[in-house]
Write a protein that binds this ligand. Structure first.
Ligand SMILES: [Zn+2]
Length: 202
């Protein structure tokens, strides 16, 4: 079923309570991505309450532009807001990024908005790279931790406060599998600490 394919393989959420790239072995990932139709995208959007026109979209697009430079190759990103009150964000392999209204209610600063968008951009970048590797067979928590690590690069390069990512993950602790938020924020603390020590070595 197409809708199932989307939720399992292509919709990578911020908090991954359900449906994330995990043990599915996709074979040729890129051909699967290309097979995503407009109807598939609509079905995904409808399953989260459908899109809503929000004043936040212009702000999201502006922050996304700041995060994405020419070198990343992520030049065709479309951001949307979903009506669902359940806090989450998603990235489709098609380059669509979604934030639910429930998550928007938890975002207090521009840095936190950038953190959410950077995490989803990291998923899209990884999805495009996995195509070349030929398949996915990875632990869900590892997928999230890798996206967090890459998101820190996006945030730092664009001049946002990278610790805002840990702040958002902490806010979503109850939405995630037990222990994930601590694991993820510990990793972020470690990576940011490493950057500080590297500064002294240069
Ligand atoms: Zn994620």
């Amino acid at each position: 079923m197409r809708a199932t394919f989307l939720s399992i393989l292509a919709a990578l959420p911020l908090i991954a309570a359900t449906g994330c790239a995990s043990t599915a072995n996709t074979g040729d990932y890129l051909s699967l991505v290309r097979s995503i139709t407009a109807a598939d995208v609509s079905a995904f959007e409808d399953s989260h309450g459908g899109r809503t026109s929000s004043d936040e979209i212009a702000r999201m697009q502006q922050v996304t532009r700041q995060l994405v430079d020419e070198q990343t190759g992520l030049d065709d990103i479309h951001v949307h807001v979903l009506k669902s009150t359940s806090p989450n964000a998603f990235a489709l392999a098609t380059g669509n990024i979604y934030i639910t209204t429930g998550l928007f209610d938890l975002i207090c600063t521009e840095d936190e908005l950038a953190a959410v968008l950077a995490h989803e951009l990291a998923h899209i970048e990884e999805m495009s790279e996995l195509g070349a590797m030929g398949g996915i067979d990875r632990d869900k928590l590892l997928v999230e931790a890798d996206a967090d690590a890459r998101a820190l690069d996006f945030l730092i390069d664009a001049g946002f406060e990278p610790a805002a990512l840990a702040s958002m993950i902490e806010k979503l602790e109850d939405e995630q599998p037990r222990g994930w938020a601590i694991h993820r924020t510990d990793q972020i603390d470690f990576l940011l600490g490493q950057r500080i020590s590297n500064q002294f070595c240069e």
